[in-house]
Design a protein around this ligand. Sequence first.
Ligand code: NI
Length: 177
Amino acid sequence: MTLHPGSLLPMAIYPIRTFPDPVLSMTTSAVTVFDDDLARLVDDMLDTMYDAPGVGLAAPQIGVSKRLFVADVGEGPFVMVNPSIVDTEGKWKFEEGCLSVPGKYWTIKRFDYVVVEGVDAAGRPVAYDGDELMGRVLQHEIDHLDGMLLLSRLGQRVKKQALKELREESLGIGQAF
Ligand code: NI
């Protein structure tokens, strides 16, 4: 059994849901109860994110259709519950991937800078802002909470090709057996 550093709780790593799992395209419900179960869920999401490894993880990615995500862009872990984007600035194109569409990267145009408001796992108001990686992670995770994957951000032609590739991979075409 593996233990959390500095804690007696066992780590819980969830399997990460991947495209086309329907939970990934559902709109999540707002969190209304801030109890020990929510704190535990946040802990488990952080364990799962670090294990992946990823810089962000939204609840639907472990099959929980609730409005929260965890992230760590190198400045320490944080959680946002019921987040929404309240301000934006500029545009930035950058190569982006997702734990739920493993091994795929696309150039995605997003806001360069965003301000996001929500609450923490205890229901206290929090706000995060950032540009570049931080701004991108905030937008990517909120997309997950609105049932959107990277695929929804692609242009028509690129999206068609991406879906074809994903379909072929899920059918095992190109594998030898
Ligand atoms: Ni993702």
